[in-house]
Design a binder for this molecule. Structure first.
Ligand SMILES: *Cc1c(COP(=O)(O)O)cnc(C)c1O
Length: 356
């Protein structure tokens, strides 16, 4: 028997979350973002749930090829563009759309011999300061791209740094509109946070990622509670041992937890080698047999330990939910000082994952 730990990917939740994105951006097309192996869910596993999208956005050429092999004939957008001249052969062969954010990329495209023009998303750096042309240089880049034989349709693109936060998008949106003024072409700016909270940014294409997986762009579950988004992943395991501690006894490496009185502990088959965060502090929520309890002691490589005080009937074989429909991944992440994005991307290859 394998260890009782496994991840389940909920196809119906993915399909539902896509309809939520459509409800928030009814007049836009959707790039469903499936980078990082679909935020750890697996490109092939999410494909059945997301196939009603208008296009897929991702980073890796091999993931793009995988989508074609799964039968996806629609648009695929490379969110970081390409890195080498040879990438353009793959882009050409599989009819991919690419982000274009630099003169180096533009030069490669101008020199490439392609069977047909490549559709591009010309990226403006409107304040994020990672990728893209400054607003001052944007028009010149657009003119040069438009003149290139290898370039087909040009969509204007930018990305927000604070769509989920206090700062918001107004500043970047104004910068974008100034830099793109008078330039024809579709626009694409909104990530999940902007799709949910900034309708003025929706334009022609939105690019939701995290919301499709049922987690919050801000990292706080409360922020999406009323949206109807459903978690797309359940990480579940079982208790594999029970310990009864007396007052003064400790558990795990470093003996960081000491029992104040007699107590039962459950040992869960899940550790940091499975992608569960080692920095999870005492008190991190875990569901045991449908009852909310907490981690005590340090998370180790293959196991973690939970307080069974609230669930006295729990025993070896009792089901444990690390995150999923009864425990939002955002809540776990928040306790650990991170965001749902990181936890879902970190689920280790050794964890069996299946679609349901
Ligand atoms: C990752 C990414 C997105 C999706 O972001 P979410 O916050 O997951 O919605 C959108 N656009 C670009 C360019 C990205 O890299």
């Amino acid at each position: 028997m394998p260890r009782p730990l496994s991840a389940t990917i909920h196809t119906a939740a993915l399909a539902h979350n896509l309809t939520v994105a459509r409800r928030f951006a009814p007049n836009s097309k959707i790039w469903a973002v499936v980078k990082a192996n679909a935020y750890g869910h697996g490109v092939a596993r999410v494909f059945p749930g997301l196939r009603a999208t208008d296009g897929f956005g991702l980073l890796d050429l091999d993931e793009a090829v995988k989508l074609r092999e799964l039968g996806w004939a629609g648009p695929i957008l490379l969110l970081e563009g390409f890195f080498r001249t040879t990438d353009l052969d793959v882009i050409d062969r599989y009819s991919l759309t690419t982000t274009l954010h630099s003169d180096e990329q533009l030069r490669m495209l101008e020199l490439a011999r392609l069977s047909k023009p490549v559709n591009i998303q010309l990226k403006m750096n409107s304040g994020m300061n990672r990728l893209g042309y400054t607003p001052e240089r944007f028009r010149a880049a657009w003119e040069r791209a438009r003149a290139a034989q290898g370039v087909g349709q040009i969509t204007l693109m930018s990305h927000f740094s604070d769509a989920d936060g206090e700062r918001g998008i107004a500043g970047q949106l104004a910068v974008f509109e100034r830099g793109a003024q008078g330039i024809a072409g579709a626009r694409s700016l909104a990530n999940s946070a902007a799709t949910l909270w900034h309708p003025e940014s929706h334009f022609d294409w939105v690019r939701p990622g995290i919301m499709l997986y049922g987690a919050s762009p801000s990292g706080l579950h409360a922020a999406i509670r009323d949206t109807g988004l459903q978690p797309a992943m359940t990480l579940a395991s079982e208790l594999i041992a029970i310990q009864t501690l007396a007052a003064g006894q400790t558990v795990g490496y470093g003996s960081v937890f000491t029992a104040r009185g007699p107590m039962r502990l459950g040992v869960v088959a899940c550790g940091y080698a499975d992608g569960y965060p080692r920095m999870a502090p005492e008190g991190t929520p875990v569901m045991v047999d449908g009852v909310l309890t907490r981690i005590v002691g340090r998370v180790s490589m293959d196991m973690l330990t939970v307080d069974l005080t609230p669930c006295p009937a729990a025993n070896v074989g009792t089901p444990v939910e690390l995150w999923g429909p009864s425990l939002p991944i955002d809540t776990v992440a928040n306790t650990c000082g991170t965001v749902g994005y990181e936890l879902m991307c970190a689920v280790a290859p050794r964890v069996p994952m299946r679609g349901a």
